[in-house]
Design a binder for this molecule. Structure first.
Ligand SMILES: [Zn+2]
Length: 342
């Protein structure tokens, strides 16, 4: 071993360091040359004990210099690699704080709520006020007060969810009419009762075990079927357009006398008949009629002094007619492709 060995070692190490591209490669070179046990520099010094004193000093000095050179070269190359890594990061991971962010996906009011609010706005403009009531009702408010006495065959069409013999999920919003008559007491009374109702129906394209209704009730002096039909016509034309017509057909409900179904002329064919209205020219919307005297009495109103009319329909049905939707279940599914259309 000699000085020339040391300088050859230094040259080899510096060349390797110069070519290293990563911190990992530098680490391996460091171990190879400066490792305590088997590094090249340590091996250079391993035989130093057998050398004459003069050579010993010279070799020791050369080995220390070699070690310092290599250490300095490693540190310099590390700094270089760091700097170029940061430069690359600045290039690829750059954040431009002035760049506009991606647009936020804003939601909007559900189509059923839109329709409900439109109905409320139209009727409020006629002087009706919104009345709400409990969704869990007593048998009396849900049935008895509306002339649906126990054993009445019509009760079968309001097949309901019971908590106990006297307590159930309301099958219609009509109980709110009774509660409103009781609390307002003195006619004239003009109210609408939007809200959720429940019936024991399996989910199908045209029905669900829960849906939303709006009912209207007017109690005043000398009201007529004509007043009722005019109100329905105004509401339908406000929602669907001035070209729509309304017709009423005789029907039966225990809480109105006389009772009617009301239809709206088909908006697609204008009443001529098409696939959408099953070639009838008319679409069924809901029920209506003059309030039965016994129902007024149950609400605390004297039927010899006052009379009234009432109507009711499903909000989902209104939305289906308005937007030509053929499956009611879509309104309650979280499919944005459907919901974003409205
Ligand atoms: Zn039609």
């Amino acid at each position: 071993m000699s000085d020339s060995d040391a300088s050859a070692l230094t040259s080899r190490a510096l060349a390797a360091i110069g070519q290293a591209q990563t911190e990992g490669e530098l680490g391996r070179i460091e171990v190879e040359y400066l490792g305590r046990k088997s590094g090249h520099v340590s091996r250079l010094l391993s035989n130093i004990g057998q050398l004459p004193a003069a050579e010993k000093a010279a070799l020791g000095k050369a080995a220390n210099e070699t070690k310092r050179f290599i250490e300095a070269a490693l540190a310099a190359r590390r700094a270089e690699l760091d700097a170029s890594r940061l430069a690359d990061l600045a290039e690829t991971e750059a954040i431009d704080v002035t760049f506009p962010g991606p647009p936020l996906g804003r939601g909007h009011i559900h189509v059923l709520t839109q329709i409900r609010r439109q109905i409320e706005t139209v009727l409020e403009s006629l002087g009706y006020q919104v009345e709400l009531g409990p969704e869990v009702e007593t048998e009396w408010y849900n049935f008895e007060a509306l002339n649906l006495t126990a054993g009445h065959p019509a009760r079968e069409s309001w097949d309901s969810f019971y908590f106990s013999p006297d307590l159930l999920l309301r099958a219609h919003t009509s109980p709110v009419q009774i509660r409103a008559m009781q609390s307002i007491k003195d006619p004239p009374i003009y109210i609408i009762t939007p809200g959720r109702v429940y019936r024991r129906d399996p989910p199908e394209a045209t029905r669900l075990p829960y849906f939303s209704q709006v009912e209207g009730l007017a109690v005043d002096n000398g009201l007529t079927v004509g007043d009722m039909k005019g109100t329905l016509l105004y509401m339908i034309q406000s929602l669907y357009g001035r070209e729509r017509k309304v017709r009423i057909r005789p029907s039966y409900f225990p809480f109105t006398e006389p009772s009617f179904e009301f239809d709206v002329s088909c908006g697609i064919c204008g009443g001529v008949g098409c696939k959408s209205c099953r070639h009838k020219g008319w679409l069924e919307v809901g029920g209506c009629g003059m309030v039965h005297p016994q129902v007024l009495r149950n609400g605390g109103i004297d039927p010899t002094q006052w009379n009234g009319y009432a109507w009711g329909f499903g909000i989902e049905r209104m939305a289906m007619l308005k937007h030509d939707v053929d499956d009611i279940r879509l309104f309650y599914e979280p499919d944005l492709r459907f919901l974003e259309q409205f």
